[in-house]
Design a protein around this ligand. Structure first.
Ligand code: SF4
Ligand code: SF4
Length: 408
C-alpha cells in the first residue's frame, strides 16, 4: 500500500480509502439497511490488515446502518486505533441549529468513539453552505475542533465550481472531498477546484473514481475497442484508478467496495500507484477512452452552469448530464438520478422537470456551447421523464418531507 501525507500534518493516509456506502447487503440492494455483517466485516478488516487506514462513512449511508455497523463491529478489537475514521454531518436534512449538535453526538455514539479523525459537512453546494452558515456552523466547527472531538474538518461537495472555491475560502478547512474521475475532470469542483484547494494547503479525498461503478461495469463497445487496441493491458478499473492517483493533489481515493476480487485488485493497484506515474502513452489511451465516451454524448453540455439560474427552477446541467448518462451507462440509473435531482433534491423541495420550462430562452442566450436547450428538452422528456419517474419523485419528496418533519 502506498501512503500520501495529509497536507498540514504528518499523517500518512493510505491512497486507497474504504468507502462504506455500498457494503454488501443481504436483501434490498446496495443502499439497504440490511448489511451482510459477516461479509462486510471480513472485507473491511481484511483491507485494513492489508494497509488501508482511511475509513469513510456518513450519517445516511445504508439508511443510517453504516455508522452503526462500523461502531458495533468493524472498529472493535483494536481496529479503531488502526484507522483514521471519517464521517459526515447530513447538512441536507439539518434545518435547526440544535440539530447540528444532536446529530454529531448521535454519530459519536453510533460509531462508539470519542472523536472523529476526519469530519465533513456532507454534500455541500452553495445554497446548503449558506444555510449552514445561518445555522452557526462556523462556531460549531470551531468548538468541535477545539474540544478535540474532531481532528480535521472538511466538506464533501456536489455543486458549482465557483461555490466550491467560495466554501474553501469560507473556513479554514483541512480537506475537501470531491467527485473526480476520467469523465468528470471538469465537473463540479473539477481539476480547477482541486488545484485551488491544494494550493490553499488542503488535502483532497477523491470520490467516485469509477463513477459509481459505471466506468467498469457494462462498458460501451466503442470504449472497449480502445482498451482492446491499447498495447498496454490494464483493466478499466486500473486505468481509472491510476488516472486519479496520477494527480499529485489527490491524497486519498475512496472506493465503495463490496466484492472480494475488486478489493484485492484495488489494493494491488494501490501498492505502486504514484503521483505523476502515468506516461504520455498511458494518458493518450485515457484520452482516447474519454473521446469514445464523449462520442456517445447526446448533448455537448460541459456542466458550466452559465445558463443558471433558470426562472422555472430547472437544473439544466443536471438534466443534460442525466441524458448523456442514459446513453453512455445504465438507463435505469440515469432515470433514478433524474428523478432525484430534478424531482426531489431541488432548491425549494418541489419538482422542476423540464416540462415546466416557460420558454424564456435566456439559457440559450447564455450557453457558451450554443446548445438549443429547449429542443434538447424534448429528448429529455421522452427518455427520462415518464409517469413512473415522476411518480418515484413524488414518493421521494413525501419520504424526505416526512423525515424532516420527524427531525423537527
Ligand atoms: S428557456 Fe426554459 S430552461 Fe431556459 S431559462 Fe427559460 S425557463 Fe429555464
Ligand atoms: S450553459 Fe450550456 S454548457 Fe453550460 S451547463 Fe448550461 S447548457 Fe450546459
Amino acid at each position: 500500500m502506498k501512503y500520501r501525507t495529509m497536507p498540514g500534518s504528518d499523517e500518512e493516509l493510505s491512497i486507497l480509502g474504504y468507502g462504506c456506502m455500498r457494503l454488501p447487503t443481504k436483501v434490498g440492494g446496495s443502499a439497504s439497511r440490511l448489511i451482510d455483517k459477516d461479509k462486510a466485516l471480513k472485507q473491511i478488516r481484511g483491507a485494513i490488515d492489508r494497509g488501508v487506514n482511511y475509513i469513510d462513512t456518513a450519517y445516511p449511508y445504508h439508511l443510517g446502518a453504516s455508522e452503526t455497523f462500523l461502531g458495533e463491529y468493524v472498529l472493535k478489537d483494536g481496529y479503531r486505533d488502526k484507522v483514521k475514521l471519517a464521517t459526515k454531518l447530513p447538512c441536507i436534512s439539518i434545518r435547526k441549529k440544535e440539530s447540528i449538535r444532536e446529530t454529531f453526538t448521535k454519530q459519536l455514539k453510533k460509531l462508539q468513539t470519542d472523536y472523529f479523525d476526519y469530519y465533513l459537512l456532507h454534500s455541500l453546494d452553495g445554497q446548503t453552505w449558506d444555510r449552514m452558515l445561518d445555522l452557526g456552523i462556523i462556531q460549531f466547527m470551531n468548538e468541535i475542533k477545539a474540544s478535540g472531538q474532531v481532528k480535521k474538518m472538511g466538506f464533501s461537495f456536489h455543486g458549482k465550481k465557483e461555490d466550491f472555491m467560495r466554501i474553501c475560502d469560507g473556513y479554514d478547512f483541512d480537506f475537501a472531498q470531491v467527485q473526480f474521475n476520467i469523465l468528470d475532470e471538469s465537473f463540479q469542483a473539477g481539476i480547477e477546484g482541486i488545484e485551488y484547494a491544494h494550493q490553499k494547503g488542503m488535502g483532497i479525498i477523491a470520490m467516485e473514481p469509477l463513477r459509481g461503478g459505471s466506468l467498469v461495469g457494462k462498458i460501451p463497445l466503442e470504449v472497449q475497442k480502445v482498451y482492446d487496441e491499447s498495447p498496454i493491458k490494464r483493466s478499466p478499473a486500473e486505468w481509472a484508478l491510476r488516472w486519479v492517483w496520477n494527480h499529485p493533489a489527490v491524497t486519498v481515493v475512496l472506493s465503495g467496495m463490496n466484492v472480494d476480487e475488486h478489493i484485492d485488485e484495488n489494493i494491488k493497484i494501490a501498492s505502486d500507484a504514484l503521483p505523476g506515474g502515468l506516461s504520455d502513452e498511458d494518458l493518450s489511451v485515457i484520452s482516447d477512452v474519454r473521446d469514445a465516451y464523449n462520442k456517445l454524448l447526446q448533448v455537448g453540455c460541459t456542466g458550466c452552469a452559465y445558463c443558471m439560474p433558470c426562472p422555472a427552477g430547472i437544473d439544466i446541467p443536471a438534466a443534460f448530464k442525466n441524458l448523456n448518462n442514459y446513453y453512455m451507462f445504465s438507463k435505469t440509473r440515469a432515470k433514478i438520478f433524474h428523478a432525484v435531482y430534478l424531482g426531489v433534491q431541488t432548491e425549494d423541495g418541489k419538482a422542476h422537470f423540464t416540462d415546466v420550462c416557460i420558454d424564456c430562452g435566456q439559457c440559450e442566450d447564455k450557453c457558451p456551447q450554443h446548445i438549443e436547450v429547449r429542443q434538447v428538452f424534448k429528448q429529455v422528456q421522452t427518455d427520462l421523464e415518464g409517469p413512473l419517474i415522476k411518480g418515484i419523485a413524488t414518493l421521494g419528496r413525501v419520504v424526505l418531507n416526512r423525515n424532516q418533519t420527524i427531525r423537527k
